[in-house]
Design a protein. Sequence first.
Length: 232
Amino acid sequence: MNQNKLSDYEKYIRTEELLNLQKKQEELCCEDELTFQMVHQIAELHFKLILQYLDLAKKHMENKEIIEATAQMKRVNLQVKHVPEVFSMTKVISPRDYHTIRLSLGQGSGQDSPGFNAILKEGPTLYEPFAKLLENRNLTALELHKTFRENFDLYELMKEMNQFDEAFQSFRYHHFQIVRRMIGINTNSLKGVPAQMLQKGMRQEFYPELWQAVCELTDWTGSSYDAKPLED
């Protein structure tokens, strides 16, 4: 009997291939290199799921399937929530040990992450089909805030889109803090790009129109103007 026969679980998950995607023990430049490599591989898998859910959400919006689109955006947000925790695993690596790993990366940089860059490209594309859903109801984003009870399904979708935008910005801030702890920000990445450029990315919004609607709602309510002190 073949003792090396793979179980159905191993075949389906493809564990042999999966667990051979990392450097072998004797190839590691230091004991923390395996942690570093696996953290980034895990992150790419999360990014892959996020991209699938974004694509499905977009298609549902194009088909005017608002409830289904909202469900997919909830999935997106669940995945994005986990990404910072994945990168938190690198906190076990000291800056000194990280530089040993860094010398083995060539010109490799997180800026080249295919999953991350695909999300930056795909994320903003969801606004156009959402704007068409608003147009179908003769609404602006501000009017949706005002009439959220009458248009609660669309309002819920907008909330999930805002949540995605906010959560991804939070992840980028979290990643910036890791970079600051590991290499500092007054230096360059392996691509020659100043680490401070990461700060610019933290302010990037996928859906600026939706955030502007919040400002417009504040102005509409008048709560920003001529505020009176409370009476004694």
